[in-house]
Design a protein. Structure first.
Length: 141
């Protein structure tokens, strides 16, 4: 009788519950991380065997997005799902969704025209000149 290899044992690893228990006691994860794992598996538990293949995961993502779940939430859950696949020994990684990039203006940021005017004024005052590059400062603003 031959003994099983590590890869064979990992391929037979099982449930999400076992994954969370192992992470809790062997990786010493925080209660918030454990709650995140539970939320992730709950989001994917509505579909039967939703964690069995890449196509199952993608179908579940479509269903979640159709319900109005944001790409940021889906990406968060995919981080957990990919960790679960690594733990199981599966050679499967689901790519993250593209998220909308929001550029937030700071409270102290000035519009470009005001920044340029301020730069011209500072440049002129440093040189003590009323003219910059042959033009009056007032004309540059």
């Amino acid at each position: 009788m031959r003994s099983a290899t590590y890869e064979e044992l990992n391929a037979n690893r099982g449930t999400a519950s076992e994954f969370m228990t192992e992470r809790r006691y062997l990786k010493n994860i925080t209660p918030k991380t454990l709650a995140w794992y539970r939320d992730t598996f709950n989001a994917f538990s509505d579909a039967s065997d939703a964690l069995e293949s890449e196509s199952d995961i993608k179908q579940r993502i479509v269903a979640l997005r159709t319900r109005g779940v944001s790409p940021m939430s889906v990406n968060s859950w995919l981080r957990c799902i990919n960790a679960y696949f690594r733990w199981k020994g599966l050679n499967l990684k689901i790519p993250r969704m593209q998220e909308e990039q929001k550029i937030l203006a700071g409270k102290d940021e000035l519009p470009l025209s005001e920044c340029l005017a301020q730069s011209v004024n500072e440049l002129g005052s440093k040189n003590g000149a009323e003219h910059v590059h042959g033009k009056k400062k007032a004309d540059l603003v």
